[in-house]
Write a protein that binds this ligand. Structure first.
Ligand code: PEP
Length: 263
């Protein structure tokens, strides 16, 4: 269903009216985690002012340590919905448990499947039936074939509004959190008709790499990027070292406008 063999034209997925697909490079930005109403609104206003058209933000956080901030749950979803009303930005947010899919879908414009759940087949099937577009991150240990088969689990439930997100894979390298596999973008676009975006924030895990990795993503033809921003990264409860502040995001958006999308 997601193969390009039976569907030669590349697809565009619309999220609350915002297109992700060929001919455009969509900028999605927002906080890694929803922490407070004010922090989320400030991050969303930064995102909107820079030209982002979709808001990201996690209410359910899949953390490596059980002692780390796990997200605000439904309170976080309510904050996202309020911030959407204030800014007009449609919301992309992660769901980590099949039992929560209907709840998260009742607030979100797009459901995110994170790298750790990229082969959680029950969750993939549940989001496939939820009636909302899905952003499917690549499992950090998944081959491109496994990633596309994960997308097939969603598509098989009747949902073809799927955006693939390359977010880095686990390699021997320790200088970065994960290794951004830039070649995955054109490879996945040749094998599948689905749009492919890149997450330079979670792949590198470092603020100084977000702009160069964004340039790389656009150079290889990514259909969008998803970027962490925070009004006060030093106080962030999750992934502060990779969050951009206002000026950095504006600069990134300026660079993006100068790099035309590859069709
Ligand atoms: C995220 O985008 O919030 C996230 C946790 O990303 P990943 O699943 O790619 O680590």
């Amino acid at each position: 269903l997601v193969s390009r063999d039976n569907h030669p034209e590349r697809s565009t997925v619309r999220v609350g009216g915002v297109p992700i697909g060929p001919g455009t490079v969509t900028l999605i930005a927002g906080p890694c985690a929803v922490e407070t109403p004010q922090q989320t609104l400030e991050a969303a206003e930064m995102a909107k002012a820079a030209g982002a058209t979709l808001l990201r933000g996690g209410a359910y956080k899949p953390r490596t340590s059980p002692y780390a901030f796990q997200g605000l749950g439904e309170d976080g979803l309510r904050i996202l919905a309020d911030v959407r009303s204030e800014t007009g930005l449609p919301v992309v947010t992660e769901v980590v448990d099949a039992h929560d899919v209907d709840l998260v879908a009742s607030y979100a414009d797009m459901l995110q499947i994170g790298t750790r759940n990229a082969q959680n087949f029950a969750l993939l099937q549940a989001v496939g039936s939820a009636g909302k577009p899905v952003m499917l991150k690549r499992g950090m240990n998944a081959t491109i074939e496994e990633w596309l088969m994960a997308a097939e689990y969603i598509a098989q439930r009747g949902n073809l509004d799927i955006v693939l997100c390359e977010r880095g894979i686990r390699t021997f390298e320790t200088a970065t959190r994960n290794t951004l596999d830039v070649s995955a973008v054109p490879v996945a676009q040749r094998l599948s008709h689905l749009p492919v975006i890149v997450d330079p924030s979670h792949s590198g895990g470092r603020r100084d790499l977000v702009l160069p990795l964004t340039r790389a993503a656009i150079a290889v033809g990514a259909d969008g990027v998803i970027i962490d921003v925070h009004p006060h990264p030093e106080q962030a409860l999750c992934d502060g070292p990779q969050a951009l502040v206002n000026g950095d995001l504006r600069e990134l958006a300026r660079v993006m406008r100068q790099l035309p999308p590859l069709l």
